[in-house]
Design a protein around this ligand. Sequence first.
Ligand SMILES: [Zn+2]
Length: 158
Amino acid sequence: MIHIADASLFIIRKRIEGNIITVPSVLEELRDENSRTILELMNVRIEPPLQSFKKKVKTKAGITRDSEELSETDIDILAKALEYSQREETVLVTDDFAIQNTAIQLGIKVMPAGQRKIKDVLIWEKQCIGCKRRFPQGDECPVCGSQMKKRRKGTVKN
Ligand SMILES: [Zn+2]
């Protein structure tokens, strides 16, 4: 059994049996030392996603209208899960609703990392695709009128 995990698993520090794989961009999101130590203790394998699978995920996410909710890291992890799910038993471990939703559309099995008992809460913000200014919310940039995309701002202790 292969577990493809996004940041939620390492933030929650849940122990799971079997192989765990993540992508380099998830590692970059885990800025605190503790999460990185957990990752090493769990023997997590870091593998970059393949472009061909990223393309498939983006196409599917566009159809289900989750693309606005998905960050580049989310696409990477979905691409990795899709790749493995086509050749062996794979479960994608995530607490992110947009990732779960897209995964189901792609036929990937999903498992929540921690459900309600989370130690850290992911904070989101919107970033303008035009001028790159950041705002707490909104779909359209109040400065230049371009579309705004959701991105992770960071995590806070719950
Ligand atoms: Zn703007």
